[in-house]
Write a protein that binds this ligand. Structure first.
Ligand SMILES: CC(C)(COP(=O)(O)OP(=O)(O)OC[C@H]1O[C@@H](n2cnc3c(N)ncnc32)[C@H](O)[C@@H]1OP(=O)(O)O)[C@@H](O)C(=O)NCCC(=O)NCCS
Length: 186
């Protein structure tokens, strides 16, 4: 990512913009992997803003000329995907000694795809995860997201379907990575 772009933590007042960015990103960058029906059913429950990450200070924003062009984060909580609106109970905390951190909710503006925005957010997440003392990270990738995480050394643990409606499901990939002690001291 070059110096046109800057990264910072997301704030509550970014939420309205994120609620526009996420569907734009999904409908464009996932279109070669999922049907319109799958994307529309997943927007909200699967692809949506998780306010918990913002209030935990674990969600990043990338801006260009004052406009948000990407977002993504990590979590010290149990949920592996999904907007907070679909959640009925509090998302409980993980133990860094025992549990893997979660990588969560990456969305890049389609006009700025393949410029290194996803990579820069993932690097920021990994640094923060290691600083928080976690040894591993897991994530549930879309088929569109899989190459980004693979390029960082995440390996496929399982391919499965997230049920969306009675007749629709979303193929996704559970991926994992272990950090060595050098990463964690970085
Ligand atoms: C997945 C996503 C976040 C990637 O963001 P991005 O900013 O375009 O990714 P980057 O430019 O940082 O890519 C970094 C590396 O990841 C890999 N990569 C990313 N997108 C890829 C694609 N479409 N095809 C192949 N490799 C890809 C490449 O190795 C790339 O490096 P390179 O460009 O030097 O070859 C973006 O495509 C997106 O928002 N998709 C829609 C929403 C979504 O599905 N999010 C994932 C949720 S798990």
């Amino acid at each position: 990512m070059n110096e046109e772009f800057s990264i910072r933590l997301a704030r509550e007042d970014d939420i309205q913009t994120l609620e526009v960015l996420i569907p734009l990103s999904v409908r464009s960058l996932q279109a070669s992997f999922y049907s319109s029906a799958q994307m529309e059913a997943a927007l909200g429950p699967v692809f949506g803003v998780d306010r918990q990450l913002i209030s935990d200070g674990t969600y990043f924003i990338v801006e260009r000329s004052g406009h948000i062009v990407g977002c993504g984060g990590w979590s010290r909580r149990r949920a592996v995907f999904g907007g907070d609106r679909a959640r009925t109970q509090a998302d409980s905390s993980l133990d860094p000694e025992r549990d893997p951190a979660r990588i969560r909710a990456f969305f890049v503006h389609p006009e700025w795809a393949r410029r290194g925005i996803g990579r820069s957010i993932l690097s920021a997440c990994e640094s923060a995860i290691c600083a928080a003392g976690f040894r591993d990270a897991v994530l549930v990738a879309t088929l569109a997201g899989e190459p980004l995480y693979a390029s960082f050394g995440y390996t496929v643990a399982e391919r499965y379907m997230v049920p969306l409606t009675e007749s629709l499901a979303l193929p996704v990939v559970r991926m994992a990575k272990s950090f060595n002690s050098n990463d964690r001291n970085a």
